[in-house]
Design a binder for this molecule. Structure first.
Ligand SMILES: NC(=O)c1ccc[n+]([C@@H]2O[C@H](COP(=O)([O-])OP(=O)(O)OC[C@H]3O[C@@H](n4cnc5c(N)ncnc54)[C@H](O)[C@@H]3O)[C@@H](O)[C@H]2O)c1
Length: 271
């Protein structure tokens, strides 16, 4: 119980996307548990077969319920089982899911395969709509509940090698705003995206030229790149009652990168 302030005492949450110890979702689950939350962990059936998640389940004393986020039956089952497990509704959800078929298969943006692109958008963006819709239909979230999805600044500015994921993230952020409006009006549920610095994880490292990418961001951020652990801390605050009027926002968690034109460190390298 390091660093615990019981910020999430009595709260119940579903965490999507913990693949291994490097995953942002993994680190967030650990921090939520330390802050007193009860958790259900979920990931795609293929990811569960790796077995890593069982370590996290043990550490957080949380059940693991598989769900492919593109499958509405899987999501319904997950939310129903979670409410059964908690004996009540859910207070927060972390959507920490991303996958690009065109990136994985080495297709350049200008030559994308549109079927793969549909799958990418479904897994990485519309899945947030699917998750919110499932919760909405089952009335599964408590008032003042909080839903957070992870995103990247390629939604606003071009990072060529981020490829179709840039479009997926733009769509994800838009869904957070649009559904955030409706869920706010209906149930005071808030929905936000956290735009995180490049982070060494399985999904992150899939981006071409990732080393250059992460080093450049480090040099371009007054505070340096935000770590996965710090991202987890930020998510805890957004799940807590200390941020109740924050909704429909894209929140940069990036050491200042997003509003920096240039840094002395980068200029020195150019000179
Ligand atoms: N790593 C970075 O540099 C970085 C930066 C900004 C934002 N993000 C975002 O953070 C989130 C988490 O990624 P990460 O970096 O922790 O990597 P990660 O590879 O650990 O997590 C991605 C997760 O998505 C899951 N997933 C893929 N397809 C799925 C499906 N059909 N159903 C359910 N789950 C599925 C994977 O199993 C995995 O657990 C992603 O949205 C990613 O785009 C990452």
């Amino acid at each position: 119980m390091s660093m615990s302030n019981n910020l999430l005492k009595g709260k119940k949450g579903i965490i999507f996307g913990a693949l291994d110890e490097k995953s942002i979702a993994w680190k967030t689950a650990v921090r939520c548990h330390e802050e007193g939350a009860q958790l259900v962990l979920s990931n795609a059936p293929v990811a569960l077969r790796m077995g890593e998640i069982n370590k996290l389940a043990e550490q957080c004393n949380a059940p693991v319920i598989g769900a492919d986020v593109t499958n509405m039956d899987d999501l319904k089952n997950l939310f129903e089982k979670s409410m059964e497990h908690f004996g009540g509704k859910i207070d927060f959800v972390l959507h920490s899911i991303g996958m690009s078929l065109n990136v994985r298969k080495g297709k350049h943006y200008t030559e994308m395969n549109y079927e793969w692109n549909q799958k990418t958008l479904d897994i990485s963006a519309m899945s947030l709509h699917r998750v919110l819709r499932t919760a909405w239909d089952l009335d599964a979230l408590n008032e003042w509940g909080s839903v957070v999805a992870l995103t990247y600044i390629a939604a606003q500015r071009v990072f060529p090698d981020y490829n179709e994921m840039a479009d997926a993230k733009a769509l994800l952020e838009s869904v957070a705003r649009s559904f955030g409006y409706h869920y706010g009006v209906k149930k005071k549920v808030r929905v936000n995206t956290v735009s995180q610095s490049p982070t060494r994880t399985t999904a992150g490292s899939g981006v071409k030229g990732f080393d250059g990418f992460i080093n450049y961001a480090e040099a371009m951020s007054p505070l340096g790149n935000a770590t996965g652990e710090d991202c987890a801390n930020y998510c805890v605050t957004l799940f807590s009652d200390l941020t109740r009027y924050v909704t429909m926002q894209n929140l940069f968690h990036d050491g200042g990168f997003s509003f920096t034109g240039v840094t002395a460190g980068v200029i020195d390298k150019m000179g």
